[in-house]
Design a protein. Structure first.
Length: 204
């Protein structure tokens, strides 16, 4: 029994010694290598020389017309959301008005879905709740959406104000032929568009 106890003690001692050795190795390996004083002086001198060289290059660049190391900062430009104009820049009033009218709806349309699906009372309420700039005087949004469906087929309006309104639209300008025959235009419309014209006419 005594011998057995001695063996266990020896085994535990060896095990502890091995663990201690492993911990020592890990500790040494995890420490960063210590720089000698000579190496530190060498690195400091190299850094100082690099700084002096950069300063002299900047001075040389400033004396001639070329760019130096330090670049001149560009003036700060203030931009509003969705605008690329510089702060304080003025724009031609006619162009500004045209842009405002073109932005009346998506892609310049007052109602993009009037040709895609049958409209509802909710659509009418939604259109009436919005503010549309640049509409011809005395014309409601519902009347102008009806006119827009005819304008999509190149209808030439007798009313000068309505015609002027559509003349400024990019999509209307791209239509090659104008036609003042309303029945003919109506015949070219889809059944969805004709139904929407009839539906909206009941809300005027």
């Amino acid at each position: 029994m005594k011998n057995r106890g001695n063996l266990i003690a020896v085994f535990l001692g060896i095990l502890l010694a091995v663990l201690a050795a492993l911990l020592g190795v890990l500790f040494v390996m995890s420490r960063p290598p210590k720089l000698s004083e000579d190496k530190m002086r060498e690195y400091a001198a190299a850094a100082q020389e690099a700084g002096l060289a950069a300063d002299s290059q900047a001075e040389a660049g400033g004396g001639s017309g070329e760019e130096g190391v330090s670049k001149k900062m560009e003036p700060f430009e203030v931009k509003a959301a969705g605008s690329s104009k510089k702060a304080g820049a003025k724009e031609d009033k006619g162009q500004e008005a045209e842009e405002g009218q073109e932005a009346a709806g998506e892609n310049g349309f007052l109602c993009t879905y009037s040709s895609e699906r049958l409209m509802t009372d909710a659509d009418v309420a939604d259109l009436n709740s919005q503010t549309f700039e640049g509409l011809p005087q005395g014309k409601s949004i519902i009347q102008m959406v009806i006119n827009e469906m005819y304008a999509r087929y190149g209808y030439q309006f007798q009313n000068e104000e309505i015609q002027a309104y559509f003349d400024q639209k990019a999509w209307y300008k791209e239509i090659p032929v104008r036609n003042s025959n309303m029945e003919q235009i109506s015949g070219n419309m889809t059944s969805t568009e004709r139904s929407n014209v009839e539906f909206l006419s009941g809300h005027l």
